[in-house]
Design a protein around this ligand. Structure first.
Ligand code: ATP
Ligand code: MG
Length: 252
């Protein structure tokens, strides 16, 4: 389908098209399409813009990634379809790795995602096939698989579009978790250390820019940014941003 640039919903339609295509090529599962729909609904009531709460979370996320001993960037089907280059760029900028981390494993989807990441510039992709021999304690089946030399050994994990259960299981493993989730009320949002309430398509380029900007800061300054961030308060701010956007319709 060709979407005219002049269409008022051009970006949203282009994103849908990207996901549909990635679904056909075996990178995105049907559940991923549904999850995107839920995200779109929240994006609509955010006004489809990066709000100040997200900017604040992006700054904290960049500082946390830059102070990490071993950061890992977790990649699922949707994010591989939407922002593969940005994910690879982020991993390189913070001295970490990308790891394929899927809620629905099976078939050769993980290999396809790894191929997409390599085509996007990754020289090494963790979490594929036998490499994903580690386990997240407290989770059942395929959902618990991780790479022992990746997420298994990481101190900070960047998990855009993660599931709430797994995000809290990673926290219980003692890891610092950074999530990107348009739903400020989700269990994922509430269980992460830093939640960026924004669309991954907008948040990733901004996060990369922020990482470049903060790179020249010394460690003390970065640590101060991280410790000055309060995720609970920031989520309340995100909800308030939604309310004040919706308030424009009040009395119409
Ligand atoms: P919980 O965290 O409460 O367990 P969930 O796992 O049930 O939530 P799902 O619908 O399975 O939620 O996961 C999809 C999540 O990802 C949704 O909260 C949705 O808002 C978010 N999401 C989907 N697409 C995007 C996107 N492009 N950018 C940011 N967030 C997105
Ligand atoms: Mg869930």
């Amino acid at each position: 389908m060709i979407i005219p640039r002049s269409h008022p919903r051009y970006l949203s339609l282009k994103t849908r098209e990207q996901l549909v295509r990635a679904n056909r090529s075996g990178i995105v599962v049907p559940e991923g399409l549904i999850a995107h729909g839920r995200g779109e609904a929240f994006d609509y009531i955010l006004g489809e813009r990066t709000r100040p709460s997200a900017e604040k979370a992006i700054e904290a996320a960049a500082a946390l990634l830059l102070t990490a001993e071993k950061p890992v960037i977790s990649v699922n089907g949707n994010t591989a379809a939407l922002v593969p280059r940005e994910l690879v760029r982020l991993a390189r900028a913070v001295g970490g790795d990308v790891e394929v981390n899927l809620f629905h494993r099976g078939g050769d989807r993980e290999k396809r995602i790894a191929r997409t990441l390599r085509r996007s510039g990754a020289s090494r992709v963790l979490g594929v096939g036998k490499e994903a021999s580690g386990r997240i304690p407290g989770l059942e089946s395929m959902r618990r698989k991780i790479d022992p030399s990746g997420i298994g050994d990481a101190d900070v994990v960047f998990v855009p579009l993660e599931d709430g259960d797994r995000a809290s299981a990673l926290r219980r493993m003692g890891k610092k978790v950074i999530a990107v989730d348009l739903n400020p009320l989700s269990r994922t949002s509430r269980s992460a250390n830093v939640t960026i309430v924004d669309n991954v398509t907008r948040a990733l380029p901004l996060l990369n820019r922020q990482v470049r900007g903060l790179k020249r800061y010394n460690k003390r300054r970065l640590v101060r940014i991280v410790s000055g961030f309060n995720n609970e308060k920031n989520l309340i701010m995100a909800v308030k941003e939604i309310m004040s956007y919706l308030n424009k319709w009040n009395g119409v």
